[in-house]
Design a protein around this ligand. Structure first.
Ligand code: HEC
Length: 286
């Protein structure tokens, strides 16, 4: 090594060290991107998904197939969007844009997980009841105990996305009590949400026998901005609870666009986020 390359190497090492201290959040330019489609699911709660006469996919589900395994093709979804927007599955009204991509990035270090979501939120929603928030973004992580019953069979939570929380009798479903929130029969989801209203607090909650919008132990922080219609939302939360190194954690994303409330969101199917483990998305170790 000549003199110049030695000093360059030293400088490089110092620079890397310095930037590590200055920068708690990950360098997103080094974190791979994975597009996940979110869609308007109409009235297709877990009871619908697990009933053979409604959904032929039930047969595959009880054999161990996941939603993504059947419904994701070439990065898109193979749903019949006309059917999902039609009167049978959407009696109230469907959004103009039935699906759109959300770019997901994930990273972690020994203390925290970092999730960044980038998307364009479409206008033209059918429900605009949230006056305060134009957009809300939620991520839910299932713990190991989530299951759903399909007749005499039990389907594990890692095949179900967020559907194990979505029931026919939950608020905004046709004829349901407006006080009844989403819930699980077994296990729990950790829920975090960012809201676009100025000064809104990040939600650090859970879904158990009801939805809890606080009381979580993940120390959730969320930041978001809207640049020319493109939202970038970054969550920071502890690597605790359902999340741990060496684990692939089932998760799903929901975007309430255009002031939507309740079930009028665009949701993803269930994916797995690997922390030092295989997954649909692998979190980059920082
Ligand atoms: C074994 C394959 C398979 C699996 C697994 C599966 N589905 Fe399906 N799904 C289908 C098929 C086939 C249809 C088409 C209509 C029908 O037969 O019910 C469908 C239809 C749907 C529809 C209505 C829209 C349409 O295109 O008709 C929704 C919503 C849906 N599935 C959601 C899910 C969710 C959520 C899961 C996971 C919890 C899931 N599916 C798992 C095969 C599957």
């Amino acid at each position: 090594m000549n003199k110049t390359s030695v000093s360059l190497a030293v400088f490089g090492a110092l620079f890397a060290f310095g930037s590590q201290i200055a920068q708690a959040a990950p360098d997103w330019s080094k974190v791979p991107k994975r597009d996940v489609q979110v869609f308007h699911a109409g009235v297709t709660p877990i009871e619908w998904v697990t009933k053979k006469s409604d959904h032929s996919g039930r047969t595959g589900l009880v054999k161990g197939e996941s939603c993504v395994g059947c419904h994701e093709e070439k990065g898109g979804l193979n749903f019949d969007m006309k059917r999902l927007a039609g009167k049978d599955l959407e009696p109230v009204g469907a959004p103009k844009t039935m699906n759109f991509p959300v770019t997901v990035q994930a990273a972690y270090d020994k203390d925290n997980a970092y999730i960044r979501l980038t998307f364009k939120a479409p206008a033209g929603g059918a429900n605009n009841a949230d006056k305060d928030n134009e957009v809300k973004v939620a991520v839910m992580f299932a713990n190991d105990k989530v299951t759903a019953a399909a007749g005499d069979k039990t389907i594990p939570g890692d095949q179900l996305g967020c559907w194990a929380t979505c029931h026919t009798d939950a608020r905004t479903m046709p004829g349901a009590d407006d006080k009844k929130t989403k819930y699980t029969k077994d296990g729990a989801y950790e829920l975090m949400q960012w809201k676009s209203a100025k000064g809104a607090k990040a939600v650090d909650g859970s879904v158990t026998d009801k939805r809890n919008m606080e009381g979580g132990t993940a120390g959730v922080k969320a930041e978001g901005d809207n640049k020319g219609g493109t939202y970038t939302v970054t969550f920071t939360r502890k690597l605790n609870g359902a999340l741990a190194e060496g684990k692939a954690v089932p998760f799903g994303v929901a975007v309430h666009a255009d002031h939507a409330t309740g079930r009028f969101h665009h949701i993803s199917l269930g994916y797995k986020l690997g922390f030092g483990a295989e997954g649909d998305i692998k979190a980059t170790k920082q």
